[in-house]
Design a binder for this molecule. Sequence first.
Ligand code: OGA
Ligand code: MN
Length: 274
Amino acid sequence: MQIKALCGALGSEIQGVNLATVDGNQMGVIRDTFHKSHVLVFPEQDLEPAAQVAFTEHFGPAEPHPLKTRATVDGFDTVLILENKPGQPGAPNDYWHSDISHSEVPPAASCLHALTIPDGHGDTMFCNMVAAYEGLSDGMKALITPLRALHSGMATYERSLQSNDARKIDPSEIKPPHAHPIVRTHPKSGKKSLFVNPHFTAGIEGMTDEESKTILDVLYAAAIQPENIYRHRWQPGDVLIWDNRSVMHYAVRDYTEDMPRKMHRTTAGGEVPA
Ligand code: OGA
Ligand code: MN
């Protein structure tokens, strides 16, 4: 395998491995690189849904989406279809987020396999939340370390109103907001990261909206500095996996429904953030 850093912020590209037949030794190297780089890109893969599930399960059990917001591949309720095509604009993901952070046990990792890409459009950005935490002052670290933030699934409900590739969710299906520590420690790397995002984080426990917003805005601005970001330009065949515990991501919405884009997404279960 050849491994190369994608930029100074995060991300590694790994060539010379077929993910459909990856062995235990290769997985050891892949996992180590994942914990250092947070995002891995494997170009030119040809992964059938069953093989994508098997690869994902090296990072945690493959999980269906808790709100069943999207179509899935026949026979695979853990393989979500993200599709933008004429008459069916794909659901937007153009906001910084960590997948399903409103869950009690948010996913460890998400994996996208690019099938159809509008050439040069529909990039995805990733932001290093370990670097975001480490760059804060000692004073800000001390302020936020004991705090918990509330994460709400209402954002997913609101998004379901904006697209027609997603099932219409009823607001009664959305659970009350869930609190997670603002600073979490990665169970494998031991690194601390910021675990808040402007999409699902609704506020800070025990604070007014105004106080929450003031602090969260400082954290988001620190996080999304250009130096903390990798922007992935997709090629069909790419498989990309990211660590939801240590990155936020943002899908750049610079395409229209007449520019087909199709991905298969799988999600690996994680642990209660601590
Ligand atoms: C997602 C997501 C990004 C993209 O599936 O969770 O944010 O670029 N997708 O499609
Ligand atoms: Mn996402």
